[in-house]
Ligand binder design. Sequence first.
Ligand code: AMP
Ligand code: MG
Length: 487
Amino acid sequence: MMIAFDNSYSKLPDGFYSRQNPTPVAAPALVRFNNTLAAEIGVNAEALDLAVLAGNRIPSGADPIAQAYAGHQFGNFVAQLGDGRAILLGEVVGPDGIRRDLQLKGCGPTLYSRDGDGRAAIGPVIREFVVSEAMATLGIPPPRALAAVTTGENIIREQVLPGAILARVASSHIRVGTFQYFAARRDTEALALLADHVIQRHYPDLTSVDEPYLALLGAVIERQAALVAQWQLIGFIHGVMNTDNMSIAGETIDYGPCAFMDTYHPETVYSSIDHMGRYAYQNQPPIAHWNLAGLAQALLPLLSENEDEAVEKATAAIDTFSERFKASYAAGLRRKLGLPTVDAGDEALGSDLLERMARNKADFTLTFRYLSALSQTQNDADKPVRVLFEDPDGFDQWAVLWRRRLAYDGVADSERQDQMRKANPLYIPRNHLVEASIRAAEGEDDLAPFNRLVTVLASPYQQQPGADAYAEPPRPEQVVHQTFCGT
Ligand code: AMP
Ligand code: MG
């Protein structure tokens, strides 16, 4: 009943982290345990008992640390952030050969907590559990939620709330901000150590290339471009795309006030702290680009001893972002539209649909899902999608162009519909459902809505009997306009 920890980050020099054990809690109780994930990552589920998940017992082989990092928060550079309420227990290598961090979030203060209490409330823990598991089943790179527990202690936010801890798993928790931390201290030696660690861990193919650090920059740009394209294609809004929340492995990390769009509009913002709409849906690609420029800046000392040359190399790398994003996004949008071949007009066809959706307040997820049921010729199957548009004519006009394009590919209806259903989910973690599961858990100690939601979202592309309510957009009185990070 051991966890076979194989720690590498905690072997880096002291300046990378501070050693810190979780602070024990009064009365832990299990909210949910992800058995499938435990098996996948090769962790013995019995070894992860309540005491370990709550931070009350340190499993043998763990080397608990809080990682140091910096970050641009809403555009302002903060040289000292770090895990203020998360502690990395250690790393495990799964049967698939993949190394993963095992981290507890909400397990007490660390050297980096500043004025925070190091704790998390049940609401944000449930939100992160639901959304990170949904992202995984939607096919978007993890972190995953391994377990959630309540602490038996109350925490104070705007109101008194039950405390909770999330055990999560990620390829690593190294951020753009981790590089910025050492760059800000002009510690080039640490920067190189960090870059070598990241290359070995996340980009092993680059170990033997000519300019590994420049190649690393290019590889992170590629993964982030692909990741943000996936967010856009699924209607996901991260909400706090600060550089300290941007993973160097190209994963979605630090779920705060994140949300999935219901009605499509490019300017959609849910986060209560994003007053200027900096991290609105349509800004996610340019913000990722901006954040990566921050990474490039931090890497400059490693790119060349000559500063001009370093800047030139970094700029050339950063300039590839838009093309990479566009290519990823365009390929994904073609899949959503059922177009296996590439045509010069595809991009315009896609944007035309999105503009019509915005004008007509159409539901993002259902428009694409219901579109997946249409035939080459117009018939009754058009009805569910056209009625999502305030003015259904707007859809009909577009459908004429789309069908003309389909005819060019000549794929049989059933085959295209099948492919489209695999690109267009029916179930997403709708905000009103997430909120309802949070309310039930925090107010009534009722975990049934949360558990049911996680179960439905485990198969987002598969229509499930009795789950119609999970596919439906919110009724007007159910619409969630704002989400909170709850820190
Ligand atoms: P976030 O926006 O959640 O990514 O957090 C930004 C920073 O604030 C990170 O350094 C967190 O560790 C820290 N932080 C957030 N909430 C708390 C808390 N309750 N206690 C201590 N630190 C926190
Ligand atoms: Mg964060």
